[in-house]
Design a binder for this molecule. Structure first.
Ligand SMILES: NC(=O)c1ccc[n+]([C@@H]2O[C@H](COP(=O)([O-])OP(=O)(O)OC[C@H]3O[C@@H](n4cnc5c(N)ncnc54)[C@H](O)[C@@H]3O)[C@@H](O)[C@H]2O)c1
Length: 330
């Protein structure tokens, strides 16, 4: 197997590379411009392996991938502009850049001699238009009809870029797998995520302090990154059943943000009182993938419990970020 992972130095990309390294006979190239990813000990350990290469490259530069080989068996396209901050501040860039990156990855895939699979990371938010206009079933299957939300609303630019990306996959003529990640979490996911955000707040509170929890009653399912990359690896290397569009996540348990906050507090072990904060606008009250199709195709369901996943995540953040002194270590 020779695998190129765009956005490979990022959160999911780095863990996915580690998972693929469990197989014999694999070479992995991680391509990233380090817009969000950082050079850290995790990446250094990957780079030190003889069968891993790191290509520091901006996918949006003209001809960025022209010098890359034509013998990749798998191309995994994870690079994207992600995150609410970018979406709200630079909606045009989100649309333009995510499509530009997608075309660069697809053009490279089209000139491969023996490509077995093109994998594209879409998003759970792809059903947001349907949710707004008609409501959706919970758990939500991949067959949910997709409605286009108001394209003038900045918040929809990210999902529109992913919707267009999925459509490109369908019409690319390539063997493809689109995954729709649902709240994947774990070490090295940055600081703009509910788990490290809650942890930072708890750590800053005095013993007996009050933790304000936003959208406390909203319900989510969280997927620990080791489970997510196991599913991705199985889908990527699986047969025809593993082609098409798949939810990537955990179906149960569904937990409230309050319960997630409690899990963080329990792990840190501080006596803190949880109080309900405001509800975040635009945040769906429930999000939960129907994992039936994915489980049937890849024969695997998430194994890591919420307490275990939060524990492992916070152990990592404590060692590499909170003690080490900041986001540059993420
Ligand atoms: N983490 C989740 O729960 C989740 C949920 C929904 C969708 N996704 C999708 O999964 C993919 C991976 O997400 P992640 O959480 O690992 O995000 P991430 O930000 O850690 O990874 C994306 C990587 O792309 C790189 N990148 C951005 N612009 C680039 C460019 N012009 N050239 C080269 N590299 C560039 C960034 O530096 C970053 O390392 C993304 O496409 C994201 O939209 C993730």
């Amino acid at each position: 197997m020779k695998v190129l992972i765009t956005g490979g130095a990022g959160f999911i990309g780095g863990h996915f590379a580690n998972r693929l390294l469990q197989s014999n006979n694999v070479h992995i190239d991680l391509l990233d411009n380090f817009a969000r990813a950082v050079h850290d000990p995790f990446l250094d350990a990957l780079k030190a392996k003889p069968n891993v290469g790191v290509i520091e490259r901006d996918l949006l530069l003209h001809g960025a991938l022209d010098d890359l080989a034509d013998d990749y068996t798998h191309i995994v396209h994870l690079a994207a502009i992600v995150g609410v901050v970018h979406v709200l501040k630079k909606p045009y860039d989100v649309l333009r850049s995510n499509e530009g990156m997608m075309f660069a990855a697809l053009d490279l895939a089209h000139r491969q001699k023996n490509l077995e699979r093109f994998v594209f990371a879409s998003t759970s938010e792809i059903v947001a238009g349907t949710l707004l206009q008609y409501g959706i079933d919970i758990p939500t299957p991949e067959t949910t009809p997709l409605c286009v939300p108001d394209p003038s609303d900045v918040r929809h630019t990210y999902l529109l870029s992913k919707l267009y990306g999925e459509s490109l996959c369908h019409h690319s003529g390539l063997p493809f797998t689109c995954v729709r990640p649902h709240n994947v979490y774990g070490p090295r996911m940055g600081l703009v995520h509910v788990v490290p955000e809650l942890a930072k707040k708890v750590l800053a509170l005095p013993e007996g302090g009050e933790l304000e929890v936003f959208s406390a009653d909203h319900r989510r399912t969280f997927c620990y990154v080791d489970d997510a990359v196991e599913i991705m690896a199985r889908l990527m290397t699986g047969g025809d059943d593993c082609q098409g569009v798949f939810n990537l996540g955990t179906q149960d348990p569904e937990v409230t943000i309050r319960e997630m906050a409690q899990a963080v507090v329990d792990k840190i072990g501080k006596h803190v009182k949880l109080v309900d904060g405001p509800v975040m606008t635009g945040s769906p009250t429930r999000r939960c993938p129907d994992m039936g199709k994915t489980t049937a195709a890849c024969g695997f369901t998430s194994q890591v419990s919420l307490a275990e996943g939060v524990g492992r995540t916070l152990d990592w953040y404590n060692e590499h970020v909170f003690k080490a002194g900041g986001p540059s270590a993420v």
